[in-house]
Design a binder for this molecule. Structure first.
Ligand SMILES: [Zn+2]
Length: 492
C-alpha cells in the first residue's frame, strides 16, 4: 500500500497538463480511479490539518491537529543531528490506517518519508514507525521515534546529494515556447528571482536550507524513499505493508511563484518524471500488480491576489489590538493569536481570571471584522453552535475546531482572497474551493480505471483503503468507503 501526497497539488493541474505526462502521473491516471473533486472538507486548509485527515478518516476537530503551528512541533522531541525545532505526533488524537493494519497483523512493516516533518508524521498517527523528514541538509527523525539513525539513513546522508547540487540551476525541461504561462510576472517571489534559470546557492549551508524551493528536492525525497523500501524489505512479506510519501516542493513553488506560473508547470512535469522513475525502481522490488496506490493533497492554493482578482486579509493587527486591550486590563496571559482566519487564545482562562464576558467580546470583534473588505462570513462560538447544516462554511469550521478549544472568532473570506499580509507569496488556508479542492486517485489492481465527477472527501481515503485490505477502522470515522474503488477489489 503506497500512499502519495503531493503538497499544495490542485486537481486542475492533472487536467491542464494530462496530455504532457509520460511518467508516474500518466501511469496513475491511466490505471486509477480519479476523483477530480476531492475536498479537504474543513476550514483551515493548511499542511498539518490536511495531512491529519488522509489516513485517519477524520477531520481536524477529531484528529486534534487544528493549525500548522499547533501541528507537530514538539520541543521535547528534538530532531537527531539537527538544531531545528523538534517534532512528534503528541497532539494527534486517535488512530490511522497503520494502527488498523497493525491490529490485524502486528508484523506489518511501514515507512513514511517527506521533506516536511508534518508531511511525514501525521499519516502514521502516533505509531513509532520509521518516519523521516528533511532537516538542515539531511534526512532524519526525532527522538519521539528513535535515539539514533539507522545505517541506511546515515549512508544516504553520507552521499550528500545536496553538496553535488549546490551552484547548479533549475532550468526548463522543454523549450520556453512549450509553456503557455508567462515566465515573468511582476509579483512572483515579491519581485525577486522571477525568471528561469533559478540557481541553487553555491554555499553549502545556504544550499542545504534553500534547496527546498527548488524542483529537484522532490527527486531527493523519492530517492530516499526507495532506499528505505529496500533497506526495510517492504512488500516482501505475505501480508500488506504501508508506505507514505509526501512530496513538498509544489507547496514552495506555489507559494513563491503561484499556481499560474511557468515554474509550477515545469515542476509538475518533473514530479511526473521522477514519480515514473520511482515506480520503475519499486517495480523491480515488488510487482506493481501487487501494489495499491493512492494519490491526494493536503490543500490547494489561491492565485496571487496581485494577479488581478481578490485581495489580502491580515488578522495580525486585530490580534495585536486584542492583546494590547487585555494588557490594559491587567491581563498579560491572554496570548491571542490568529492562523488562517481563526483567532484563538486563553479566553476561557481570562473569563475566570477577571470575569471577561467572552460572548460579548466575540460579538464585538466579529462586528468589527465583518466590516473589513474581503470578509464573507464571521462566526463566534455562539453563532457557530446555532448554524444550520446548509451553511457550508460553518460546517467546515465545526469540522476544524475541537471541543474545548478556546477561540473567539472564525473568518471566511471572499473568493480569490488570501489570509496573509505582505506581498512576497500567495497562500492557502481558506474555506474557498481553490484551497479546499484536491485530487483523489486510487489505483487498485483489478479495478478498472475511471473518472468520477462527484464530490468526495479526503476522510474517505482511509476507510476505502481499509476496505481494500479487508480490515475495519478500530474507531468511528467520518469518511465512507468509495464503491467506485472497492467493488472490483479481490475478496480476502
Ligand atoms: Zn501543505
Amino acid at each position: 500500500m503506497v500512499a502519495i501526497a503531493i503538497d499544495q497539488f490542485r486537481p486542475d493541474y492533472l487536467d491542464r497538463w494530462r496530455t504532457q505526462f509520460t511518467g508516474g502521473l500518466a501511469f496513475l491516471l491511466h490505471e486509477g480511479v480519479f476523483f477530480p473533486h476531492g475536498e479537504q472538507d474543513h476550514a483551515i486548509t493548511e499542511t498539518a490539518p490536511g495531512h491529519s485527515t488522509m489516513m485517519s478518516g477524520r477531520s481536524p476537530a477529531s484528529t486534534g491537529i487544528v493549525t500548522n503551528d499547533l501541528g507537530v512541533t514538539d520541543s521535547t522531541a528534538p530532531v537527531i543531528g539537527s538544531s531545528a525545532t523538534g517534532a512528534s505526533p503528541r497532539r494527534f488524537i486517535g488512530t490511522t490506517l497503520l494502527d488498523w493494519m497493525l491490529a490485524r497483523d502486528p508484523n506489518t512493516k511501514s515507512l513514511s518519508v517527506s521533506r516536511k516533518d508534518r508531511g511525514a508524521i501525521l499519516q502514521m498517527g502516533r505509531v513509532k514507525a520509521p518516519v523521516f523528514w528533511y532537516s538542515q541538509g539531511r534526512f532524519s527523525t526525532s527522538r519521539y521515534y528513535a535515539d539514533t539513525l539507522p545505517a541506511w539513513v546515515t549512508e544516504w546522508n553520507r552521499r550528500d546529494p545536496i553538496d553535488r547540487l549546490k551552484g547548479t540551476a533549475w532550468t526548463l525541461s522543454h523549450d520556453p515556447t512549450f509553456y503557455p504561462e508567462p515566465d515573468d510576472r511582476a509579483f512572483e517571489g515579491g519581485g525577486v528571482d522571477r525568471v528561469f534559470p533559478h540557481v541553487i546557492p553555491a554555499d553549502s549551508a545556504r544550499a542545504a536550507s534553500q534547496i527546498i524551493d527548488f524542483s529537484v528536492m522532490d527527486s531527493l525525497t523519492l530517492d530516499f524513499a526507495i532506499d528505505g523500501i529496500v533497506a526495510l524489505k517492504l512488500g516482501q512479506r505475505d501480508g500488506a505493508d504501508f508506505v507514505s510519501i509526501s512530496l513538498s516542493t509544489t507547496d514552495e513553488v506555489g507559494h513563491k511563484w503561484g499556481p499560474g506560473s511557468r515554474e509550477m508547470h515545469d515542476h509538475v512535469l518533473n514530479v511526473d518524471r521522477w514519480l515514473g522513475q520511482f515506480l520503475d525502481s519499486l517495480g523491480r522490488l515488488v510487482p506493481l500488480q501487487r501494489v495499491v496506490f493512492t494519490l491526494t493533497s493536503d490543500h490547494g492554493v489561491t492565485e496571487f491576489p496581485e494577479a488581478g482578482a481578490g485581495g489580502r486579509l491580515d488578522l495580525a493587527p486585530r490580534v495585536r489590538a486584542l492583546n494590547a486591550w487585555a494588557r490594559a486590563h491587567g491581563d498579560s496571559g491572554l496570548r491571542a493569536g490568529a492562523e488562517a482566519g481563526l483567532i484563538f487564545g486563553d479566553f476561557a482562562a481570562a473569563a475566570t481570571r477577571y470575569h471577561l464576558n467572552v460572548d460579548s467580546l466575540a460579538s464585538g470583534v466579529a462586528t468589527e471584522i465583518a466590516a473589513i473588505r474581503g470578509v464573507r462570513r464571521v462566526y463566534t462560538p455562539a453563532i457557530l453552535a446555532a448554524a444550520q447544516a446548509s451553511d457550508l462554511d460553518a460546517m467546515r469550521w465545526r469540522r476544524e475546531i475541537p471541543p474545548g478549544f478556546s477561540w473567539l472568532v472564525a473568518v471566511s473570506v471572499e473568493p480569490h482572497w488570501v489570509l496573509a499580509g505582505g506581498h512576497s507569496s500567495t497562500s492557502h488556508g481558506t474555506t474557498n474551493p481553490d484551497d479546499v479542492l484536491v485530487p483523489m486517485l486510487f489505483r487498485v489492481p483489478g479495478t478498472p480505471s475511471a473518472r468520477v465527477e462527484r464530490t468526495v472527501r479526503t476522510v474517505d481515503i482511509a476507510p476505502t483503503l481499509a476496505a481494500i485490505l479487508g480490515i475495519r477502522p478500530t474507531e468511528p470515522v467520518e469518511g465512507v468507503v468509495l464503491p467506485e474503488v472497492v467493488r472490483h477489489a479481490p475478496k480476502r
